[in-house]
Design a protein around this ligand. Sequence first.
Ligand SMILES: Nc1ncnc2c1ncn2[C@@H]1O[C@H](COP(=O)(O)OP(=O)(O)OP(=O)(O)O)[C@@H](O)[C@H]1O
Length: 302
Amino acid sequence: MQQAEAISVQNLEKRYGDKEVVRGISFAVRPGEVFGLLGPNGAGKTTTIECLVGLRSPSRGRAFAERVAIQPQSASLFQSLSVDETLTLFRSFYAAGAEPTAIRKSVGLDEQARTRVKDLSGGQLRRLLLGVALVGDPEVVILDEPSAGLDPSARQALWATIRALSARGVTVLLSTHHMDEATELCDRVGILVSGKLVALDTPEALILAREAETVVSFDMDGHADLAALDGLPGVIDYEVEVTGRGRRVRTRTAAPDDLIRKITFVPGFSARNFDIKRGTLEDLFLELSEASADDASAEGAA
Ligand SMILES: Nc1ncnc2c1ncn2[C@@H]1O[C@H](COP(=O)(O)OP(=O)(O)OP(=O)(O)O)[C@@H](O)[C@H]1O
């Protein structure tokens, strides 16, 4: 029977001295899920990850992961070994696992098979670290900012590797500062701010919850009567800019599709050049981070 949870964090707290950096968080990740841990610098992501892999012990609560591998820090590699030698060495630590050459290929280092660790570029080194995490064929892979320092094509390759892992049923927990990456890649995300989990859902649901922020912009003829906009359903407010070609209108709406359909049929508007900007995970992230920073300064002032 397949286990319901590959990762489980329950009421996890971590203090360093009297500083509480993880303040009672709970979440679970199911097998094959890609879960993103987001949060500003110092939010407690790495601490949570370190508790999950047993590098730190919780002050209270519990953090558990199935047969887990973490993408290690570069310091744990031998500088004079080649890529292949490194993968073979780490493979030898496990009774069973993947073929080092297959892993080398999957992380895109075929051309660097004989390159020594010390001669790899920063991005290549990160790919090798991912390979080291994968060579023991883990059920759960934990990646702390895996795309940091990767160029766009290496980032795409990393995403493909992560998707392939997930398709095989491997569970992936990653931390990232890239909201586009989280939106593209993660089935669910948890947003950690000042040691508390302030949001936990699919990226789509989190973005939808902010639908009021969708902005629909369009051009319209200079002489049409703007009052018609006031009567349209779903318009929260709008602003108008006079341009060389007529007027550019920006509306904030909770129902962008509906609004566009309606605007198209308003007589005299000749609305055109529509542009839709939906709320993004980044907007939500910034809002939550700022709200919490305000709370913290209020606490500090009290
Ligand atoms: N060994 C330690 N002793 C004391 N404080 C620590 C220790 N390790 C981390 N901290 C503090 O705990 C807080 C959380 O750090 P953590 O590394 O978990 O954050 P993070 O979310 O991973 O941040 P970043 O995005 O910057 O990597 C920070 O304020 C950090 O200074």
